[in-house]
Design a protein around this ligand. Structure first.
Ligand SMILES: Nc1ncnc2c1ncn2[C@@H]1O[C@H](COP(=O)(O)OP(=O)(O)OP(=O)(O)O)[C@@H](O)[C@H]1O
Length: 343
Protein backbone atom coordinates (compact mmCIF):
# COMPACT_ATOMS: atom_id res chain seq x y z
CA UNK A 1 0.00 0.00 0.00
CA UNK A 2 1.51 3.34 -1.01
CA UNK A 3 0.89 6.51 0.99
CA UNK A 4 0.66 9.95 -0.62
CA UNK A 5 0.79 13.00 1.60
CA UNK A 6 -0.20 16.18 -0.22
CA UNK A 7 0.11 19.75 1.11
CA UNK A 8 -0.41 18.74 4.73
CA UNK A 9 -0.36 21.54 7.27
CA UNK A 10 -0.99 21.24 11.00
CA UNK A 11 -1.10 24.03 13.57
CA UNK A 12 -1.27 23.73 17.32
CA UNK A 13 -2.57 27.17 18.31
CA UNK A 14 -0.26 29.61 16.57
CA UNK A 15 2.54 27.02 16.27
CA UNK A 16 3.00 25.38 12.89
CA UNK A 17 3.96 21.75 13.51
CA UNK A 18 3.73 20.76 9.82
CA UNK A 19 4.12 23.29 7.05
CA UNK A 20 2.81 22.19 3.66
CA UNK A 21 4.33 18.72 3.68
CA UNK A 22 4.37 16.62 0.51
CA UNK A 23 5.63 13.07 0.56
CA UNK A 24 5.14 9.81 -1.30
CA UNK A 25 5.83 6.62 0.65
CA UNK A 26 6.28 3.77 -1.84
CA UNK A 27 4.50 0.49 -1.27
CA UNK A 28 6.46 -2.17 0.60
CA UNK A 29 9.28 0.14 1.65
CA UNK A 30 10.62 0.98 5.06
CA UNK A 31 10.73 4.77 5.31
CA UNK A 32 12.33 6.63 8.22
CA UNK A 33 11.15 10.07 9.33
CA UNK A 34 14.34 11.55 10.75
CA UNK A 35 14.76 14.90 12.43
CA UNK A 36 15.49 16.71 15.66
CA UNK A 37 13.04 16.89 18.53
CA UNK A 38 10.00 18.98 17.65
CA UNK A 39 10.50 18.76 13.88
CA UNK A 40 7.04 17.28 13.36
CA UNK A 41 7.82 13.58 12.85
CA UNK A 42 5.30 12.23 15.35
CA UNK A 43 2.64 14.67 14.19
CA UNK A 44 3.07 13.45 10.61
CA UNK A 45 2.93 9.80 11.74
CA UNK A 46 -0.25 10.47 13.76
CA UNK A 47 -1.84 12.15 10.75
CA UNK A 48 -1.00 9.12 8.57
CA UNK A 49 -2.54 6.93 11.27
CA UNK A 50 -5.71 9.01 11.52
CA UNK A 51 -5.05 9.86 15.18
CA UNK A 52 -4.72 13.53 14.22
CA UNK A 53 -6.52 15.52 11.52
CA UNK A 54 -4.55 17.89 9.29
CA UNK A 55 -5.75 21.50 9.01
CA UNK A 56 -5.15 21.37 5.27
CA UNK A 57 -4.03 18.81 2.72
CA UNK A 58 -4.81 15.19 2.14
CA UNK A 59 -3.63 11.63 2.80
CA UNK A 60 -4.18 8.92 0.24
CA UNK A 61 -3.64 5.22 0.65
CA UNK A 62 -3.06 3.57 -2.74
CA UNK A 63 -4.48 6.64 -4.41
CA UNK A 64 -7.67 6.53 -2.35
CA UNK A 65 -8.63 9.55 -0.26
CA UNK A 66 -8.20 8.57 3.42
CA UNK A 67 -8.06 11.95 5.16
CA UNK A 68 -11.52 11.65 6.73
CA UNK A 69 -11.42 7.92 7.37
CA UNK A 70 -11.48 6.78 10.95
CA UNK A 71 -8.32 5.25 12.37
CA UNK A 72 -10.05 1.83 12.58
CA UNK A 73 -10.83 1.82 8.87
CA UNK A 74 -7.28 2.65 7.81
CA UNK A 75 -5.88 -0.76 8.70
CA UNK A 76 -2.72 0.54 10.25
CA UNK A 77 -0.63 -1.19 12.89
CA UNK A 78 1.25 0.81 15.53
CA UNK A 79 4.28 0.29 17.67
CA UNK A 80 5.22 3.03 20.12
CA UNK A 81 8.27 3.73 22.23
CA UNK A 82 6.62 2.53 25.42
CA UNK A 83 5.39 -0.95 24.82
CA UNK A 84 1.74 -0.65 25.57
CA UNK A 85 1.24 -4.33 26.31
CA UNK A 86 -1.59 -5.50 28.54
CA UNK A 87 0.08 -6.44 31.78
CA UNK A 88 -2.54 -8.92 32.88
CA UNK A 89 -2.37 -10.86 29.59
CA UNK A 90 0.21 -13.41 28.52
CA UNK A 91 2.37 -12.85 25.43
CA UNK A 92 0.04 -15.10 23.46
CA UNK A 93 -3.08 -13.23 24.62
CA UNK A 94 -1.46 -9.88 23.87
CA UNK A 95 -0.64 -10.88 20.31
CA UNK A 96 -4.10 -12.41 19.84
CA UNK A 97 -5.87 -9.32 21.20
CA UNK A 98 -6.64 -7.58 17.91
CA UNK A 99 -8.00 -10.79 16.45
CA UNK A 100 -10.20 -11.72 19.42
CA UNK A 101 -11.89 -8.31 19.70
CA UNK A 102 -13.04 -8.28 16.08
CA UNK A 103 -16.81 -8.28 15.53
CA UNK A 104 -18.19 -11.83 15.59
CA UNK A 105 -18.82 -12.00 11.85
CA UNK A 106 -15.20 -11.07 11.07
CA UNK A 107 -13.62 -13.07 13.85
CA UNK A 108 -11.70 -16.20 12.91
CA UNK A 109 -12.22 -19.50 14.75
CA UNK A 110 -10.21 -19.92 17.98
CA UNK A 111 -7.90 -22.56 16.54
CA UNK A 112 -7.07 -20.38 13.54
CA UNK A 113 -6.26 -17.43 15.83
CA UNK A 114 -3.98 -19.68 17.88
CA UNK A 115 -2.13 -20.80 14.78
CA UNK A 116 -1.76 -17.25 13.51
CA UNK A 117 -0.42 -16.07 16.87
CA UNK A 118 2.15 -18.86 16.97
CA UNK A 119 3.19 -18.10 13.42
CA UNK A 120 3.77 -14.46 14.46
CA UNK A 121 5.67 -15.46 17.58
CA UNK A 122 7.91 -17.57 15.38
CA UNK A 123 8.42 -14.57 13.11
CA UNK A 124 9.51 -12.35 16.01
CA UNK A 125 11.50 -15.23 17.50
CA UNK A 126 9.57 -15.48 20.76
CA UNK A 127 7.83 -18.80 20.36
CA UNK A 128 9.06 -20.23 23.62
CA UNK A 129 7.71 -17.29 25.63
CA UNK A 130 4.02 -17.48 24.71
CA UNK A 131 2.87 -18.16 28.26
CA UNK A 132 4.89 -15.41 29.93
CA UNK A 133 3.52 -12.09 31.16
CA UNK A 134 5.07 -8.79 29.99
CA UNK A 135 6.74 -8.25 33.38
CA UNK A 136 8.72 -11.46 32.76
CA UNK A 137 10.26 -10.14 29.52
CA UNK A 138 13.18 -7.86 28.69
CA UNK A 139 12.51 -4.48 27.04
CA UNK A 140 13.60 -5.78 23.65
CA UNK A 141 11.36 -8.84 23.95
CA UNK A 142 8.41 -6.63 24.87
CA UNK A 143 8.93 -4.52 21.76
CA UNK A 144 8.97 -7.66 19.65
CA UNK A 145 5.67 -8.71 21.24
CA UNK A 146 4.28 -5.24 20.48
CA UNK A 147 5.36 -5.67 16.87
CA UNK A 148 3.79 -9.14 16.62
CA UNK A 149 0.59 -7.70 18.08
CA UNK A 150 0.57 -4.88 15.53
CA UNK A 151 1.14 -7.37 12.69
CA UNK A 152 -1.57 -9.79 13.89
CA UNK A 153 -4.40 -7.87 12.25
CA UNK A 154 -2.50 -7.83 8.94
CA UNK A 155 -2.17 -4.07 8.67
CA UNK A 156 -1.73 -2.49 5.27
CA UNK A 157 0.65 0.01 6.84
CA UNK A 158 2.89 -0.34 9.88
CA UNK A 159 3.73 2.81 11.84
CA UNK A 160 6.53 2.81 14.38
CA UNK A 161 7.22 5.77 16.67
CA UNK A 162 10.73 5.55 18.17
CA UNK A 163 10.05 1.86 18.82
CA UNK A 164 13.48 1.24 20.31
CA UNK A 165 13.88 4.62 21.98
CA UNK A 166 13.57 3.30 25.53
CA UNK A 167 16.09 0.49 25.11
CA UNK A 168 19.79 0.48 25.86
CA UNK A 169 22.30 1.04 23.05
CA UNK A 170 23.26 -2.59 22.43
CA UNK A 171 19.70 -3.89 22.37
CA UNK A 172 18.71 -1.02 20.09
CA UNK A 173 21.33 -2.02 17.55
CA UNK A 174 20.29 -5.69 17.67
CA UNK A 175 16.62 -4.86 17.32
CA UNK A 176 17.02 -2.46 14.43
CA UNK A 177 18.97 -5.10 12.47
CA UNK A 178 16.33 -7.60 13.34
CA UNK A 179 13.58 -5.19 12.18
CA UNK A 180 15.39 -4.76 8.86
CA UNK A 181 15.50 -8.54 8.33
CA UNK A 182 11.88 -8.88 9.39
CA UNK A 183 10.85 -6.19 6.92
CA UNK A 184 12.71 -7.97 4.15
CA UNK A 185 10.51 -10.99 4.90
CA UNK A 186 7.11 -9.34 5.20
CA UNK A 187 7.44 -6.19 3.05
CA UNK A 188 4.62 -4.29 4.71
CA UNK A 189 4.75 -0.54 3.94
CA UNK A 190 6.31 0.87 7.10
CA UNK A 191 7.00 4.37 8.40
CA UNK A 192 9.44 4.63 11.23
CA UNK A 193 10.07 7.74 13.38
CA UNK A 194 13.53 8.26 14.80
CA UNK A 195 15.85 11.08 15.79
CA UNK A 196 18.82 8.71 15.60
CA UNK A 197 20.75 9.17 12.34
CA UNK A 198 22.56 5.88 12.63
CA UNK A 199 19.31 4.02 13.13
CA UNK A 200 17.76 5.63 10.04
CA UNK A 201 20.88 5.07 7.92
CA UNK A 202 21.06 1.42 8.88
CA UNK A 203 17.42 0.42 8.76
CA UNK A 204 15.59 2.47 6.16
CA UNK A 205 15.14 2.08 2.41
CA UNK A 206 14.41 5.78 2.28
CA UNK A 207 15.01 8.63 4.70
CA UNK A 208 12.86 11.73 5.04
CA UNK A 209 14.84 14.43 6.83
CA UNK A 210 12.54 16.84 8.68
CA UNK A 211 13.21 20.20 10.28
CA UNK A 212 10.74 22.68 11.77
CA UNK A 213 7.69 21.10 10.22
CA UNK A 214 9.18 20.88 6.74
CA UNK A 215 10.90 18.21 4.70
CA UNK A 216 14.52 19.09 3.93
CA UNK A 217 15.36 16.06 1.80
CA UNK A 218 14.06 12.64 0.80
CA UNK A 219 16.47 9.99 -0.41
CA UNK A 220 18.15 6.67 0.13
CA UNK A 221 20.56 6.53 3.08
CA UNK A 222 23.48 6.91 0.66
CA UNK A 223 21.89 9.92 -1.05
CA UNK A 224 21.15 11.89 2.10
CA UNK A 225 24.56 11.08 3.57
CA UNK A 226 26.73 11.58 0.48
CA UNK A 227 24.71 14.23 -1.33
CA UNK A 228 23.00 16.27 1.39
CA UNK A 229 20.69 18.85 -0.11
CA UNK A 230 21.69 21.60 2.29
CA UNK A 231 23.79 22.34 5.37
CA UNK A 232 21.02 21.27 7.73
CA UNK A 233 21.01 17.74 6.30
CA UNK A 234 24.81 17.63 6.28
CA UNK A 235 24.88 18.73 9.91
CA UNK A 236 22.13 16.40 11.08
CA UNK A 237 23.60 13.28 9.51
CA UNK A 238 27.07 13.46 10.94
CA UNK A 239 29.96 15.49 12.25
CA UNK A 240 30.58 18.92 10.73
CA UNK A 241 33.79 20.90 10.41
CA UNK A 242 34.00 24.20 8.66
CA UNK A 243 36.95 25.07 6.45
CA UNK A 244 37.48 28.17 4.40
CA UNK A 245 38.35 26.69 1.08
CA UNK A 246 37.54 26.37 -2.54
CA UNK A 247 36.07 23.04 -3.60
CA UNK A 248 37.13 21.76 -6.97
CA UNK A 249 35.33 18.55 -7.83
CA UNK A 250 34.96 17.72 -4.18
CA UNK A 251 38.64 18.38 -3.45
CA UNK A 252 39.64 21.17 -1.14
CA UNK A 253 41.90 23.82 -2.60
CA UNK A 254 43.87 26.21 -0.44
CA UNK A 255 42.71 27.51 2.88
CA UNK A 256 42.30 31.19 3.31
CA UNK A 257 39.75 33.06 5.43
CA UNK A 258 38.64 34.98 2.31
CA UNK A 259 37.35 31.82 0.65
CA UNK A 260 33.83 30.49 1.18
CA UNK A 261 33.00 27.97 3.88
CA UNK A 262 33.12 24.27 3.06
CA UNK A 263 31.70 21.42 5.14
CA UNK A 264 33.89 18.48 5.99
CA UNK A 265 33.17 15.32 7.97
CA UNK A 266 35.62 14.42 10.74
CA UNK A 267 36.64 11.18 9.04
CA UNK A 268 37.45 13.17 5.89
CA UNK A 269 40.16 15.21 7.59
CA UNK A 270 43.69 13.97 7.08
CA UNK A 271 46.20 14.89 9.79
CA UNK A 272 49.75 15.24 8.48
CA UNK A 273 53.13 16.06 9.92
CA UNK A 274 54.25 18.20 7.01
CA UNK A 275 52.63 21.09 5.20
CA UNK A 276 50.90 20.46 1.88
CA UNK A 277 49.20 22.97 -0.41
CA UNK A 278 45.66 22.38 0.81
CA UNK A 279 46.33 21.88 4.50
CA UNK A 280 45.90 24.32 7.37
CA UNK A 281 48.29 24.57 10.26
CA UNK A 282 46.78 23.53 13.57
CA UNK A 283 47.67 22.67 17.12
CA UNK A 284 46.63 19.38 18.72
CA UNK A 285 44.37 20.21 21.65
CA UNK A 286 42.93 16.91 22.74
CA UNK A 287 43.15 13.24 21.75
CA UNK A 288 40.46 10.76 22.63
CA UNK A 289 40.02 7.08 21.77
CA UNK A 290 36.44 6.19 20.92
CA UNK A 291 36.13 2.47 20.23
CA UNK A 292 37.86 1.74 16.92
CA UNK A 293 38.53 5.42 16.17
CA UNK A 294 40.60 8.23 17.65
CA UNK A 295 39.23 11.77 17.75
CA UNK A 296 41.72 14.59 17.58
CA UNK A 297 40.63 18.12 18.41
CA UNK A 298 42.66 20.68 16.49
CA UNK A 299 42.89 24.43 16.94
CA UNK A 300 43.32 25.99 13.51
CA UNK A 301 46.10 28.56 13.57
CA UNK A 302 45.08 32.16 13.21
CA UNK A 303 41.32 31.51 13.35
CA UNK A 304 40.68 30.45 16.95
CA UNK A 305 38.37 27.76 15.52
CA UNK A 306 38.53 24.08 16.28
CA UNK A 307 38.02 21.14 13.97
CA UNK A 308 37.79 17.51 14.87
CA UNK A 309 39.56 14.83 12.88
CA UNK A 310 38.59 11.21 13.25
CA UNK A 311 41.48 8.83 12.63
CA UNK A 312 41.70 5.08 12.60
CA UNK A 313 43.60 3.58 15.52
CA UNK A 314 46.40 2.53 13.17
CA UNK A 315 46.59 5.99 11.63
CA UNK A 316 46.74 7.62 15.07
CA UNK A 317 49.44 5.20 16.23
CA UNK A 318 51.55 5.95 13.18
CA UNK A 319 51.30 9.70 13.82
CA UNK A 320 51.92 9.31 17.58
CA UNK A 321 50.45 12.74 18.31
CA UNK A 322 50.69 14.59 21.60
CA UNK A 323 48.71 17.60 22.78
CA UNK A 324 50.39 20.92 21.98
CA UNK A 325 52.10 19.69 18.80
CA UNK A 326 51.77 21.47 15.48
CA UNK A 327 50.24 19.44 12.64
CA UNK A 328 48.54 20.09 9.28
CA UNK A 329 44.87 19.32 8.68
CA UNK A 330 43.84 18.59 5.13
CA UNK A 331 40.20 18.08 4.16
CA UNK A 332 39.95 15.14 1.74
CA UNK A 333 36.35 15.61 0.75
CA UNK A 334 34.50 18.87 0.95
CA UNK A 335 30.95 19.97 0.39
CA UNK A 336 29.85 23.50 -0.39
CA UNK A 337 26.34 24.91 -0.53
CA UNK A 338 25.11 28.03 -2.22
CA UNK A 339 22.74 28.86 0.60
CA UNK A 340 24.28 30.51 3.63
CA UNK A 341 23.69 28.68 6.87
CA UNK A 342 25.08 29.15 10.33
CA UNK A 343 25.75 26.15 12.53
N1 LIG B 1 -1.19 18.27 20.87
C1 LIG B 1 -0.28 19.24 20.77
N2 LIG B 1 -0.53 20.48 21.24
C2 LIG B 1 0.36 21.48 21.12
N3 LIG B 1 1.58 21.34 20.52
C3 LIG B 1 1.89 20.13 20.05
C4 LIG B 1 0.99 19.02 20.14
N4 LIG B 1 1.59 17.95 19.57
C5 LIG B 1 2.80 18.37 19.14
N5 LIG B 1 2.98 19.67 19.42
C6 LIG B 1 4.16 20.48 19.08
O1 LIG B 1 4.44 20.30 17.70
C7 LIG B 1 5.85 20.19 17.49
C8 LIG B 1 6.14 18.93 16.75
O2 LIG B 1 5.91 17.83 17.60
P1 LIG B 1 6.21 16.34 17.19
O3 LIG B 1 5.86 15.47 18.36
O4 LIG B 1 5.57 16.05 15.89
O5 LIG B 1 7.79 16.40 16.99
P2 LIG B 1 8.82 15.22 16.83
O6 LIG B 1 9.66 15.57 15.66
O7 LIG B 1 8.12 13.91 16.80
O8 LIG B 1 9.66 15.38 18.15
P3 LIG B 1 10.22 14.27 19.19
O9 LIG B 1 11.39 13.62 18.51
O10 LIG B 1 10.64 15.13 20.36
O11 LIG B 1 9.09 13.35 19.50
C9 LIG B 1 6.50 20.27 18.87
O12 LIG B 1 7.00 21.56 19.05
C10 LIG B 1 5.38 19.98 19.83
O13 LIG B 1 5.56 20.67 21.04
Amino acid sequence: MSIEIANVTKQFGSFTALDNVNLAVPSGELTALLGPSGSGKTTLLRIIAGLETPDAGSIRFDGEETTDRHVRERQVGFVFQHYALFRHMTVEENVAFGLTVKPRRERRPKQEIRERVHELLRLVQLEGLAARFPSQLSGGQRQRVALARALAVEPKVLLLDEPFGALDAKVRVELRRWLRRLHDEIHVTSVFVTHDQEEALEVADRIVVMNRGRIEQVGTPAEVYDQPANPFVFDFLGSVNLFHCRAEQGQARAASPDLPVGYVRSHDIEVERSQTADAVEAQVRHIQSVGPAVRVELLVRGTGKTVEAELSRDGAERLALSPGETVYARPRRIQTFVEDYQI
